[in-house]
Design a protein around this ligand. Structure first.
Ligand SMILES: NC(=O)c1ccc[n+]([C@@H]2O[C@H](COP(=O)([O-])OP(=O)(O)OC[C@H]3O[C@@H](n4cnc5c(N)ncnc54)[C@H](OP(=O)(O)O)[C@@H]3O)[C@@H](O)[C@H]2O)c1
Length: 230
């Protein structure tokens, strides 16, 4: 059975992706800070599940989590680096604390997660799914701090790919999704431009079913209610 690691699996997109991966017969290692939510999710999933505390803004936490995962399963085939946070405001208004938090989670957290599992991914010719955003290659007023962490994440993913051709790196770039992101709550009307997290997870399912010698390097998807912007 193949093993998939999902970070930020306690809610939102990570949770939806975990459900799809369980249906696709992966064993799962789920990480987030809300361990109680991971426990509830694990009970719902019909596959072997390990879950544990993970704070991707701390190298110690990422290392501890990855050791536990590798000790239990021996190796990893798929890493979904999904954990992310969003704070918005004009660049002269965004606080130092909020900006630093996004750098720690969205940029350095993604780097730490991939780095921790890279030797095993190379051994198994595995796959990394790095969740960035449709804004990883555009900008908008009020989003400069968040967007810059996603542009940075895109640069990391591409550099990891060049340095590790034996691993497949997929940059998953969804538009707005109806989750808890940026302090919101699920249940927002589709007409307001939001994808459902399950829809993004379905798109990922299709890509993961492709033959292992097909490398999809990025996927951008948005609701048809979201205005096209590039
Ligand atoms: N929603 C959108 O409109 C949208 C659009 C494009 C891309 N994205 C990206 O999609 C990804 C998932 O976001 P979402 O929409 O599902 O938001 P969400 O519902 O707020 O979920 C975010 C997840 O990230 C985890 N997380 C946050 N900080 C963490 C940390 N320090 N260490 C480990 N896990 C952490 C949270 O778990 P804990 O709090 O339990 O740690 C949670 O499971 C993010 O990378 C986000 O940037 C979102």
């Amino acid at each position: 059975m193949k093993l998939a690691v999902v970070t930020g699996a306690s809610r939102g997109l990570g949770r939806a992706i975990a459900k799809v991966l369980a249906e696709e017969n992966y064993a799962l290692a789920l990480g987030a800070r809300s361990v109680g939510e991971l426990e509830k999710l694990a009970e719902e999933l019909d596959t072997e599940v390990f879950y544990g505390y993970l704070d991707v803004s701390s190298w110690e936490s990422v290392e501890d989590f990855s050791w536990k995962v590798l000790e239990r399963f021996g190796g990893v085939d798929l890493v979904v680096a999904n954990a992310g946070v969003g704070y918005f405001g004009r660049l002269e208004e965004i606080s130092d604390e909020d900006f630093k938090s996004m750098v720690e989670v969205n940029l350095l957290g993604l780097w730490r997660t991939i780095k921790a599992f890279l030797p095993s991914l190379k051994d198994r010719k595995g796959t990394v799914v790095a969740v960035t955003s449709d804004v990883s290659a555009r900008v908008f007023p009020g989003g400069g701090a968040y967007v810059s962490t996603k542009w940075g994440a895109r640069a990391l993913v591409r550099t990891f790919q060049l340095e590790n051709p034996e691993v497949r790196f997929l940059e998953l770039r969804p538009g707005a999704i109806d989750t808890y992101f940026a302090g919101s709550r699920p249940g927002k009307p589709k007409e307001h431009g939001f994808l459902k997290p399950e829809e993004v997870a379905e798109a990922l399912r299709c890509l993961l079913r492709l033959p292992p010698d097909v490398r999809v390097e990025e996927l951008m998807l948005r609701s048809t209610y979201q205005r096209p912007e590039f």
